[in-house]
Write a protein that binds this ligand. Structure first.
Ligand code: GLP
Length: 241
């Protein structure tokens, strides 16, 4: 019940909607119409709109053209750590699966050769995988590995964890990585594979992973911006004092 008092009505309504979102409304469900919310809570249209706008900007609701306002699915939250996709998803209670799109041996281009500290034209495996969480596309990954280090990588099960395979098959444990993150809009090909509209926002992670200082993998990962979020702990370091 909304009450007169110091807490504005739109804040109270927002809280009431949040309770419904966390309770009986499942992801994809429509919330009641503006008119119903006005009648049910005895508030103005402006109050309803302010409450909804706040929840849209928090990512809890989304406006779907021609449909209405729907409950979003909570994003998978990841901390910036050195996890594999498989570990990252499991840690968050999701079921990871992988679809292998391609695995070919090719000559390293300049960027890959530099990242992996290889001579120009060295042979590398290029592996493309679609990563899913709970059977829904989460990320597209293109990775390169030196063929000299992993001569039979193409014969491995590339639909399970590659970090686990590098460890069990080659004794290579990933111990560190350099990673750069940016965003981009999904082009048509990426959008189709990720089952998201063309132009949708993606997180891009460009990672060079090393095993005791030696670079062994470069991966460019594209994560769906609507399904993923990053959290990080920030600490005051010596340079900021
Ligand atoms: C993350 C990293 C990739 C890495 C992958 C390995 O997604 N960004 O660089 O290749 O994990 O995951 P998995 O061991 O599940 O194949």
């Amino acid at each position: 019940m909304l009450v007169d008092g110091p807490v504005p009505k739109h804040v109270q309504l927002r809280q009431a909607l949040l309770t419904a979102i966390d309770g009986e409304l499942s992801p994809g469900a429509m919330i009641p119409s503006e008119r119903d919310l006005m009648a049910h809570h005895g508030v103005s249209r402006a109050t309803v709109r302010a409450a909804i706008a706040g929840l849209v900007s928090d990512g809890r609701l989304a406006k779907v053209p021609g449909k209405g306002t729907v409950v979003t699915r909570p994003r998978v939250e990841s901390q910036l750590h050195l996890a594999s996709f498989t570990q990252d998803m499991r840690r968050r209670g999701h079921r990871p699966t992988t679809r292998l799109l391609s695995c070919v041996a090719e000559s390293a281009d300049e960027t890959v050769a530099k990242a992996l500290d290889l001579p120009a034209d060295a042979s590398v495996w290029r592996i493309e995988r679609l990563r899913l969480a709970d059977d829904e596309p989460m990320a597209l990954e293109t990775s390169w590995y030196p063929e000299s280090l992993f001569p039979r990588l193409d014969a491995e099960d590339l639909e399970s964890s590659l970090y686990a395979t590098l460890e069990s098959g080659y004794g290579v444990v990933i111990t560190g990585a350099e990673q750069t993150v940016w965003t981009e809009r999904a082009d048509r090909a990426h959008a189709r594979l990720l089952d998201t509209p063309a132009g949708a926002p993606l997180f891009v992670f460009d990672r060079v992973a090393s095993s005791t200082e030696r670079p062994v993998e470069r991966t460019v990962s594209r994560y769906r911006g609507d399904r993923y979020q990053l959290s990080m702990s920030l600490h005051r370091g010596p340079s900021s004092q």
